[in-house]
Ligand binder design. Structure first.
Ligand SMILES: Nc1ncnc2c1ncn2[C@@H]1O[C@H](COP(=O)(O)OP(=O)(O)OP(=O)(O)O)[C@@H](O)[C@H]1O
Ligand SMILES: [Mg+2]
Length: 351
């Protein structure tokens, strides 16, 4: 599995933005990927919810790429960024002269997405009047350009995303209930990074490599993390999720000397957080791989502790085999990443 994941990462990096890479380590994200891939093959509308920066856009693209429409267009639309009076013509197009300033006929985003996928980001920002029209498109698979008498049929898969609570908006009368039901036929909720901390190290590694490549770097060369840096990054709370991590690492890459990222290259929100010491913090230095390894040990030891010493339960929770958990524990011991006593004390899982 490691190799396959690695291949996917490299392929994604080589292809650049054309193929989104979904990088993760946690069982919950594997579940998300499975769901996305399964729904991709259908024509079902999909609603993706989750905090800002959790990867809603990544999943939307993944659904398109894994669908039978992958060769068709993928049209992302930020519903919150279009002025209210222009949304209808942006979405459905307009005829020439249909309103002041409409000196040319325009196709509209739905017709541009014909045969492909339209990604309606920030769907919660869509004005109520447009919600009715969107529902019509979903139900009848046709659009009517502003100023036109005729409808055009369109074959478009709709994926919508929001960081707002649409159910609450329905109660407040700000979002139509019928549209909500139509959109949420298939619902994917992206958990925040703090609920899947096992993903942090994989994401750091991926985003650093992507950042280097985007800055014209060489994919073979790896950047080193200076003393304490890896520890801070894996222990930070990441309230802004992967988006925040991307910003922090891009900035660090720019500030660094190109060989090593040091503490001085990290923004204050992260270095400050470190001044309140965490009980579980690890003393880290060394290569990225060594530091990631330490973090892995920390996750596994904590899982065992949380399962009251029951290694089978811990392995299940982390979705790894029991034998691979034992193998890792042995390695950690050899590498002195964990004192034997820390996990050796509950042999049976019963006290
Ligand atoms: N699992 C992941 N693997 C790789 N990259 C990711 C992952 N999740 C997020 N990213 C990256 O993080 C950034 C933010 O992701 P995305 O735009 O999908 O989040 P979002 O939920 O739509 O949030 P926002 O509202 O901030 O746009 C993007 O650059 C994306 O490539
Ligand atoms: Mg986004």
């Amino acid at each position: 599995r490691g190799l396959r994941a690695e291949n996917r990462v490299l392929r994604g990096l080589v292809l650049g933005a054309s193929e989104e890479v979904f990088s993760f380590n946690s069982p919950i994200m594997r579940e998300m990927e499975n769901m996305a891939v399964r729904v991709a093959r259908t024509n079902s509308t999909v609603l993706i919810t989750g905090e800002s920066g959790t990867g809603k856009g990544v999943v939307a693209r993944l659904i398109h790429q894994k669908s039978l429409r992958a060769d068709g267009p993928f049209i992302p639309v930020n519903c919150g960024a279009i002025p209210e009076n222009l949304v209808e013509s942006e979405f459905f197009g307009h005829t020439r002269g249909s309103f002041t300033g409409a000196d040319k006929a325009r196709k509209g985003l739905f017709q541009e997405a014909d045969g492909g996928t339209i990604f309606l980001d920030e769907i919660g920002e869509l004005p109520l009047a447009l919600q009715v029209k969107l529902l019509h498109v979903i139900e009848h698979k046709e659009v009517r350009p502003v100023g036109s008498e005729q409808t055009r049929s369109v074959d478009v898969r709709i994926v919508a995303a929001t960081n707002r609570d649409l159910r609450e908006m329905v109660i407040q009368g700000k979002f139509r209930e019928d549209l909500f039901f139509r959109l949420s036929v298939f619902h994917i909720h992206m958990p925040p990074l703090r609920e899947r901390r096992q993903d942090i190290s994989a994401l750091i590694e991926f985003l650093l490599r992507r950042g280097m490549l985007r800055n014209g770097g060489n994919s073979e060369r790896k950047i080193l993390l200076g003393s304490g840096v890896g520890e801070l990054l894996v222990n930070y709370a990441w309230p802004g999720n992967v988006r925040e991590m991307e910003n922090v690492l891009d900035r660090a890459l720019i500030l660094s000397d190109g060989v090593r990222i040091t503490l001085a290259d990290l923004p204050p929100q992260i270095t400050k957080a470190a001044q309140q010491p965490r009980q579980d913090s690890i003393q880290s230095s060394g290569t990225l791989r060594e530091q990631v390894r330490k973090y892995e040990a920390d996750i596994i030891l904590r899982a065992i502790e949380e399962s009251g010493g029951d290694r089978r339960a811990a392995a299940q929770k982390l979705d790894i085999g029991l034998s691979s958990l034992y193998r890792k524990l042995e390695e950690f011991e050899e590498q002195k990443l964990a004192p034997e006593a820390q996990y050796g004390r509950h042999e049976t899982g019963q006290d």
